[in-house]
Design a protein around this ligand. Structure first.
Ligand code: SAH
Ligand code: SF4
Length: 387
């Protein structure tokens, strides 16, 4: 017998001083007043000053805030923190991809991956949860149980860590190496929309990290009721992990399909706020040998997305230890792409990046959990054998 808890909307209480980097401007103003750092009538001005230090200059020490009086710096340091999380591991792939394993709290480890030459200059793939509840059968993260949702501070921290590493403080106006953010790391962002929306608000603020909302893409496996709220609250670009063109197969690959089937999903996408030829939805389609890669399926895909301003990202399947799936042959992927292209849909084949350091799509999974998962499998094995 197994018991399972629905933790899809859980964020464990974060103890210790509040990290100011995870607060929106409104939240920062309120926090300053609540902590008695300044009176309400001064909160806006103070918040603007402090905001610039945190998000434009990237400081982690209140003592560096040179236009804030010493006694106020002391009050801030007493009530709050700006500390970065610990970087447990930093790996650099042969192709320049950088993977960071970040420990944000005891037992909470997340991965973020910087991929150069993607988007305008380079994209950071961020995680929104530790683990995932959704168990897509081809995804490594799906084999890791959900530990908890990340806070806005923990999402923003992934961007800060990458900018520390790239030396991008204060926020450069030109020649940035980090230009795009994709929520395609661990977890399902639409099960953590509040924190994802706050993080996007913080990261896009023009007096801070200042990344355009149009350069932020949120990828979902299809949490249909949250699509409208995502568009209204974040104006982010939408990516949908489609992977199949009929319910029978999608039920297997993306089990959430049993809850929100293709008809409901496609209706939700068509209604996504702000969709236009300039702001297309991206359909992600992982190429699985002999599973979803036939020419008939390419034609079914064209039919399914007809009339939607869209492009299709064909993702060669990235293998991980223990999976039974295989990546489609290159020729098969090219034939599939040609059918989509002919029908008028841009369909780039995504070059796998950082495969040598397990940083490619769907390969992320934090080490600590891997250990626990294998221990679990061993325990299950023993139980089965004993039965
Ligand atoms: N949970 C969200 C975002 C994270 S997954 C979602 O599912 O959309 C980011 C993308 O990687 C998704 O399109 C996902 O389907 C894809 N992916 C997962 N495992 C993969 C693998 N092993 N190879 C290639 N792509 C994979
Ligand atoms: Fe979760 Fe996305 Fe992986 Fe599915 S593909 S298990 S939703 S992270």
């Amino acid at each position: 017998m197994s018991l399972s808890l629905d933790l899809t909307r859980t964020t464990a209480a974060v103890t210790g001083p509040v990290n100011l980097a995870g607060l929106t401007r409104a939240g920062l103003r309120q926090a300053l007043v609540d902590a008695g750092v300044c009176p309400p009538e001064k909160a806006k001005m103070r918040a603007t000053q402090i905001w610039g230090w945190i998000h434009h200059h990237g400081v982690t020490d209140f003592a560096l805030m040179s236009n804030v009086a010493k006694d106020m710096q002391a009050k801030l340091a007493e009530a709050f923190t700006l500390a970065r999380p610990e970087i447990v591991e930093r790996q650099v792939s042969k192709d320049g991809t950088r993977k960071y394993l970040i420990r944000t709290a005891p037992g909470i480890e997340v991965e973020a991956v910087y991929i150069p030459d993607v988007g305008r200059a380079g994209a950071l793939c961020v995680s929104s949860q530790v683990g995932c509840t959704l168990n897509c059968t081809f995804c490594h993260t799906g084999t890791q149980k959900l530990v908890r949702n990340l806070t806005a501070a923990e999402i923003v921290a992934q961007v800060q860590v990458c900018r520390d590493d790239l030396g991008e403080w204060p926020s450069p106006m030109e020649d940035r190496r980090l230009s795009n953010i994709v929520f395609m790391g661990m977890g399902e962002p639409l099960y953590n929309l509040d924190h994802v929306a706050d993080a996007i608000e913080i990261i896009s603020d023009p007096e801070g990290i200042a990344l355009s909302r149009r350069r932020m893409t949120v990828s979902t496996s299809g949490v249909v009721p949250q699509l409208g709220p995502l568009g209204d609250r974040t104006q982010a670009m939408l990516a949908i992990s489609l992977h199949a063109t009929n319910d029978a197969l999608r039920d297997v690959l993306v089990p959430l399909n049993k809850k929100y089937n293709l008809e409901a999903l496609m209706a939700g996408i068509r209604a996504y706020p702000g969709l236009s030829n300039a702001r297309r939805v991206t359909f992600e389609y992982v190429m699985l040998k002999g599973v979803n890669d036939s020419p008939d399926e390419a034609r079914a895909l064209v039919k399914l997305i007809e009339g939607i301003p869209a492009k299709v990202n064909l993702i060669p399947f990235n293998p991980w230890p223990g999976t039974d799936y295989q990546c489609s042959d290159w020729g098969t992927i090219e034939r599939f792409a040609a059918i989509l292209n002919k029908a008028g849909f841009a369909s780039p084949i995504r070059t796998p990046r950082g495969r040598d350091i397990l940083a490619a799509c769907g390969q992320l999974k934090s080490e600590s959990e891997k250990v626990r998962a294998s221990a679990l499998r061993k325990a299950e094995q023993t139980t089965v054998e004993a039965a």
